[in-house]
Design a protein around this ligand. Sequence first.
Ligand SMILES: Nc1ncnc2c1ncn2[C@@H]1O[C@H](COP(=O)(O)OP(=O)(O)O)[C@@H](O)[C@H]1O
Ligand SMILES: [Mg+2]
Length: 250
Amino acid sequence: MLSVSNVHKAFGDNEVLKGVSFSVEKGDVVAILGSSGSGKTTLLRCLEFFEKADQGTIKIGETQADLHTASRQKIHELRQKTSFVFQNYNLFNNKNAIENVELGLTKGHGVSKVRAKEIARRSLEEVGLADRFDYYPSELSGGQQQRVAIARALAVEPEVIFFDEPTSALDPELVGEVLETISKLAKKGVTMVIVTHEMAFARDVATKAIYMDKGVIVEQGEAKELFTHPKEERTRQFLSRFLEGYDYVI
Ligand SMILES: Nc1ncnc2c1ncn2[C@@H]1O[C@H](COP(=O)(O)OP(=O)(O)O)[C@@H](O)[C@H]1O
Ligand SMILES: [Mg+2]
């Protein structure tokens, strides 16, 4: 459904991605794991064309593009099939929850205002915010703001949603509500690629896991397998550091 091949990206002489390839099937939840600085954010940003890769290809459904040379038309076409959830929510502060969700539909996808309102309501209900339609970001907790961002991502019915550390800006007590929202989407079969440091969540919710280090994929496979029987020593060390003392259980 999504296939990414041989992504390279350097900033100056800092080679951040050194040939990253992976694929995602419909309904997969792919957790991307790795220490800070390993290139996870850059990878997602390249796939969304926020950053221009030096080399690589992406294919979503039948639409394929070169990550370095894709035309604006091609980029637009691919973006119609994806959504992105940022670490810091990226909501418009002067728009309330429902307007934030509507905007993605009317501006990005040409949906009429009336229809957009209807879809936005449904999406906000889905993330548990039926009672917050007209609240502005400043009136919402971080967890609620991130759920608005998830509703916005969901509303356009993308083929895949990319998440870049969706809970790392949150106070610890608000992490659970966002992870639960994402788990619910996983159960409904929404295809997602999630960069996260929430290891227990990744282990319990992801179908596939990718462990990255220094711009390469060290290991990837079924999530359960990677977490219980990592093949590479580097993966083992990384996991043992993180799985101590986790406190999130689905
Ligand atoms: N816009 C940029 N300009 C220069 N260097 C960058 C830029 N974005 C990321 N980097 C560098 O790329 C490397 C990987 O960063 P990043 O993709 O953010 O890693 P991660 O998300 O895994 O923590 C880091 O060394 C970072 O400093
Ligand atoms: Mg990052």
